[in-house]
Write a protein that binds this ligand. Structure first.
Ligand code: ADP
Ligand code: ZN
Length: 599
């Protein structure tokens, strides 16, 4: 399409963008289910430009709105935003533009839409379409329910002839049905794109030496930005402190942080490069930064959905990105406790437990992780993706039936009353106060498992948990209990295949050693230097303008500059991501930078 080329400088639609856009322009209600990074925004931005009037975009987060408006302005598209804490001057300015019909897109927060009547804001202006971003927020089923979203159901009554497009990255059918029903979408066309994020690689390791494991990982990402998720505020603060002590530039974010500092750290992440942001899940929705190169989980997330959403924040620009997680038995105990102590109904708790188990299954799988994850979302993948740890370093399996019997016997013989640490002490025959006090040194199982060390048994117990042969009672301080299915193992009616964990102490070097981001994109040493020079130039421009670097040009465009090395503005216009507006604004500066770099 002409507009795609002219305004965005992109040569073709991605995935199902084109189909969704055509449906919307022809006036049909539309539901867009794309994973993060596939380009949902374009699905309403482009129609907004092609249709008469102003498009109303409902978006839950001010930071996200401002980002998008900034990006649109950079593309030469008249856009504005209205939100509650805006200065009166700014708000009036936007209103004036709106009334005079200058704006092609108006972003509003749902609560703002509920308080100020849209009609009075619009004056006589026409609405081209209504876009509801992050539409899953309307469903109590997902984990981001927002009450304000419920009022959006009225929009369709107020403007029955205006097409509505709802967009989300949450794909489950329940949420989908809620969106259609609660927004009153009229016979909507649904566009579901594959949830596979090919450019993200997945790696999940048993936690052995978490700090060392994290540092090893971060070494591969020098000079790049990424997110490290921790479960608790306290851990966020501790982690950010020792990272900085270890020479890694890190900032933190969690819900209770002083609002000014929170905003400052979020801005820093948006505007700067090479920053590691350590956060709780409070940091998330609304991160628009396309060049997040890694997402780390130092603790187990609550479900596969959360894991996928959080890791999906990496690599929106389509360039290689890494999802890395360490986890241990303790995580499972902790998560289970959180579920049980929560105030949800029994039914919801059951669902949450099942979700947690499904995630543990992914962690312990011996097959392709991508296949397992996508399978969870109902999508078939042939496996062997070649871009997850189980594919690149295939897992050895072994017949663990004998070991499983010993592990289960140790639980049984100690009365199903103890946590994993103590039961392992019994197996490896460790003399402790506890083993002596409870008389466990006299049991036949005491010292019966010396063929493995404690880490080995930890691995075995985690897998027995994933196989649902045991469970952990958190209200009894993590006591392990046998599940019914364990009986078949005792009777040797069922064999147990286990994965052999890779060295659970310090990890060995990876076979491919991607030291930094440019080498990961397959650039030659020469091109890499040019790319770095262009990156510097971009940062300089971004600082002058006070905008995020990626608003100027995404990394993909800089890489294309570095490899194709345009020497005229015309040649530059051929590069993906370069439209006439940006060419006019920045073309000359990047040509200069190229020339200097190539001298
Ligand atoms: P989502 O909202 O689905 O997570 P975005 O709308 O933020 O994704 O888009 C992700 C990135 O992909 C953005 O940097 C955007 O400019 C880019 N993009 C979108 N559509 C295309 C396209 N057709 N060709 C190239 N890049 C695209
Ligand atoms: Zn794989």
């Amino acid at each position: 399409m002409d507009v795609l080329r002219r305004v965005w400088g992109y040569s073709e639609f991605r995935g199902m963008q084109g189909d969704a856009i055509r449906n919307l322009i022809s006036g049909g209600d539309t539901l867009v289910l794309f994973p993060t990074g596939k380009g949902k925004s374009l699905c309403y931005q482009l129609p907004a430009l092609c249709m008469g009037g102003t498009a109303i975009v409902v978006s839950p987060l001010v930071a996200l709105m401002r980002d998008q408006v900034e990006e649109l302005k950079e593309l030469g598209v008249p856009a504005g935003a209205i939100w509650s804490e805006q200065s009166p001057d700014d708000a009036n300015n936007v209103r004036r533009q709106l009334r005079s019909g200058q704006l092609k897109l108006l972003y509003v927060t749902p609560e703002r839409l509920a308080t100020g009547s849209l009609d009075s804001m619009l004056g006589n202006g026409d609405i081209s379409l209504i876009a509801v971003d992050e539409a899953h927020c309307i469903s109590v089923w997902g984990n981001n329910f927002r009450k304000d979203y419920l009022a959006l159901g009225r929009l369709k009554e107020m403007y029955p002839t205006i097409p509505v497009v709802a967009l989300t990255a949450t794909a489950d059918t329940r949420t989908r049905q809620d969106i259609i029903k609660l927004l009153n979408l009229h016979d909507p066309e649904v566009f579901v794109d594959s949830f596979d994020r090919k450019n993200i690689s997945y790696e999940i390791l048993p936690r052995s030496n978490p700090r060392g494991q994290l540092l090893d990982f971060l070494k591969r990402h020098k000079g790049e930005s990424g997110i490290v998720y921790c479960l608790s505020r306290k851990k966020v603060e501790e982690t950010v402190e020792w990272l900085n002590e270890s020479g890694i530039r890190a900032k933190h974010y969690h819900a209770r942080l002083d609002p000014a500092l929170k905003a400052a750290n979020q801005d820093a992440f948006r505007l700067e490069e090479g920053l590691c942001l350590v956060a709780t899940v409070a940091f998330g929705m609304g991160i628009n930064k396309p060049n997040v190169r890694y997402v780390v989980h130092l603790d187990l997330p609550s479900s596969i959905e959360s894991y996928y959403q959080e890791t999906g924040r990496a690599g929106r620009d389509g360039l290689p990105a890494e999802a890395f997680m360490v986890f241990g038995m303790q995580d499972i105990v902790q998560r289970s406790r959180m579920i049980d102590e929560g105030d949800a109904s029994d039914q919801v708790k059951r669902i949450e437990r099942a979700k947690l188990n499904a995630l543990v299954g992914i962690c312990e799988t011996t097959a392709c992780r991508r296949q397992a994850i996508l399978g969870h979302f109902g999508e078939q993948h042939p496996g062997r993706c070649g871009n997850c740890d189980t594919c690149t370093k295939p897992i050895e399996t072994w017949d663990g039936t004998e070991a499983a019997i010993k592990a289960l016997a140790a639980i049984y013989r100690t009365g199903e009353r103890f946590g994993v640490g103590h039961v392992i002490d019994v197996l490896i025959g460790k003399l402790t106060d506890k083993t002596k006090r409870f008389g466990h040194v006299d049991l036949a199982v005491f010292g019966a498992g010396r063929e493995f060390n404690a880490a080995g048994w930890q691995s075995i117990y985690r897998q027995l948990l994933a196989l649902n042969l045991i469970r952990v009672e958190h209200d009894e301080f993590g006591a392990m209990k046998l599940q019914e299915q364990a009986a078949a193992v005792f009777k040797k009616e069922r064999s147990v295949t286990l994965r052999r964990d890779r060295s659970v102490t310090r990890r060995t070097k990876r076979s491919i050693e991607p030291s930094n981001y440019s080498s990961r994109s397959g650039l030659s040493a020469d091109d890499r230097e040019v790319f770095e020079a262009l990156r510097q130039e971009r940062l300089a421009i971004a600082r002058e303008l006070g905008v995020a670097p990626y608003v100027i040009f995404p990394d993909t465009t800089l890489i294309a500059f570095a490899t194709s090395r345009p020497s005229t503005l015309d040649e530059m216009l051929e590069v993906s991501g370069v439209g006439p507006t940006k060419l006019e604004r920045y073309g000359a500066r990047f040509l200069d930078a190229l020339e200097i770099a190539l001298r």
